[in-house]
Design a protein around this ligand. Structure first.
Ligand code: ACO
Ligand code: KIV
Length: 501
């Protein structure tokens, strides 16, 4: 039977260290509840000594969630450890995570100490923590660059002092997978009391190797992995939860199993991205917008014949409704035929060839081909009346007073106008458009990116609208953010079947 792999989530601690990602207590509770529903085993809720707000968050999270172990971080400093213990007083099961730097760099240049004195501090800290809580985890900071013999002695000493989990961080993201795996193997083979503790991985992504290193650690005997949702964390980030969990699920030869409810991955990822104002790169493994999108002809043909030709994960397993076939100038007949048949045009043979030729000319001049473009390609079958056309947009906003907007759309062959107010001009424009649409659509994801850095820059807007449980993506680029937002919304509407608009 597979061993249990303990999933230690540090989104609310290491993840929250990212500039701009700081959350208030209510937001942290929302994230903690989402992580509990996802099935994480240990939830690192914060670093309580760092501020009164963080102390309060750890305490409130301890009250709000009951399934995961709640963990509080501290330095190897008695005051930190005492405050961490105090913050955990409402936790059903609390854990103190204390530790100290163990590499030559940290001992000499950060702590300005000696290996012997650092070992003494580590042991003292673990003993102090064990007097306050049952469960103590020790982190050997910068273990990835530590002298191996010293690391073995340190791990043995902290286990003897009462640590039940020993975390071996590659704090600087320096190790190669073979090197990190060898460190874990070294500890498993040389620490005399290792059976009394669980070894944990905590890898950073400075060389893009965090997931590979974590898996190497697991293959060599680690049974707890420290991860964050979407891989967020200090500098280049931490190991991403979704990558490790899905790698383990996809590779039965890794002899461990997790308790993660993988179907909740996508939703949890979105909740965290939204609350932390941290966009997910489109090509991010598992949770990126393009993780299940196929845009080139050979791949599209393969996926349409059998999804598994180009997908190793069923998108439903991570909570994504279905893969998407995106029409571009690199698409072939199979993808075009698929989209046309969804629109009610079952073309074959020379008829399909003829439309495909015209499609390629259009696709060379346009990055993304949607329903509107396909209908216009179909010429006499064109259903102009079914399309939404943005005829006019006017808006204004004043600091502290939100915004107002008027929008005129042509919809079903008829021109309609609407005005609305919102918390800013973009919100007001979207509200105006929604008032003109007979069916309910939910704006589920909204990303604005500037291409370079100037105030005269073109911005690119991506929106994901949900209608009857299905996602529709809209894109637009403009120098005017409000106009780009309106156009992206309309672009997504035009990708929906007629009855849903
Ligand atoms: C690898 C990680 O630790 S990841 C966690 C990183 N997260 C954070 O740092 C966020 C929370 N941190 C904080 O709020 C503050 O840094 C505090 C409250 C911990 C300390 O604040 P200050 O007392 O002002 O110290 P400051 O941050 O300037 O410097 C850190 C001090 O801790 C020491 N230190 C660093 N790590 C450890 C450790 N694990 N154990 C003991 N001492 C440590 C440093 O050597 C330095 O000591 P010095 O002032 O004697 O040189
Ligand atoms: C506190 C420890 C676990 C850490 O974040 C690191 O070493 O990167």
């Amino acid at each position: 039977m597979a061993d249990k792999l303990w999933i230690f989530d540090t989104t609310l601690r290491d993840g929250e260290q990212v500039p701009g990602c700081q959350l208030n207590t209510d937001e942290k509770i929302t994230v903690a509840r989402a992580l509990e529903a996802l099935g994480v085993d240990i939830l690192e809720a914060g670093f309580p000594i760092s501020s009164p707000g963080d102390f309060n968050s750890v305490m409130e999270i301890s009250k709000a969630v009951s399934n995961p172990i709640i963990c509080a971080l501290s330095r190897a400093v008695e005051k930190d450890i005492q405050v961490a213990a105090d913050s955990l007083k409402y936790a059903k099961r609390g854990r103190i995570h204390t530790g100290i730097g163990v590499s030559g760099y940290h001992i000499q240049h950060k702590l300005r100490s000696t290996p012997e004195a650092v070992m003494e501090r580590a042991v003292k800290a673990v003993k102090f923590a064990r007097n306050l809580v049952e469960e103590v985890e020790f982190y050997a900071e910068d273990a990835g660059r530590a002298e191996p013999g010293y690391l073995v002695q340190m791990v043995e000493a902290v286990i003897a002092a009462g640590a039940r989990v020993v975390n071996i961080p590659d704090t600087t993201g320096y190790c190669l997978p073979e090197q990190y795996g060898a460190i874990i193997r070294l500890l498993k083979e040389n620490v005399s009391n290792i059976d009394r503790a669980i070894i944990a991985t905590h890898c950073h992504n400075d060389l893009g190797l965090a997931t590979a290193n974590t898996l190497a650690g697991v293959m060599n005997g680690a049974r707890q992995v420290e991860v964050t949702m979407n891989g967020i964390g200090e500098r280049a980030g931490n190991t991403s939860l979704e990558e490790v969990v899905m790698a383990i699920k996809s590779h039965k030869e890794i002899p461990v199993a997790t308790g993660i409810v993988t179907q909740r991955i996508y939703e949890t990822s979105r909740i965290i991205s939204k609350l932390m104002n941290m966009p997910i790169q489109p090509n991010k493994a598992i949770v990126g917008r393009n993780a299940f999108a196929h845009s080139s002809g050979i791949h599209q043909d393969g996926v349409l014949k059998n999804r598994e030709n180009y997908e190793i994960i069923d998108p439903k397993e991570v909570g994504v409704e279905e893969s998407s076939i995106v029409l571009t100038a690199r698409s072939g007949r199979a993808a075009l035929k698929h989209h046309l048949s969804l629109l009610g045009f079952p073309l074959e043979g020379s008829e399909l060839d003829e439309v495909y030729e015209r499609f390629l000319v259009l696709a060379d001049s346009k990055r993304d081909i949607g329903r509107k473009e396909l209908l216009s390609l179909m010429g006499e079958h064109m259903d102009h009346a079914a399309l939404v056309h943005l005829d006019d947009v006017a808006y204004q906003g004043k600091q502290g007073q939100g915004g107002s907007a008027s929008v005129t759309l042509s919809l079903g062959g008829e021109q309609k106008s609407s005005t609305a107010t919102g918390n800013g001009p973009v919100d007001a424009v979207i509200r105006s458009i929604k008032q003109l649409i007979p069916h309910q659509v939910i704006l589920d994801e909204f990303l604005i990116q500037a291409m370079t850095k100037g105030s005269d820059d073109t911005c690119k807007v991506h929106m994901r609208l949900m209608s009857q449980g299905k996602p529709y993506h809209g894109f637009a680029s403009e120098t005017d953010i409000v106009l780009a937002s309106a156009k992206a919304f309309v672009d997504a509407l035009n990708k929906m079947p007629v009855k849903q608009k």
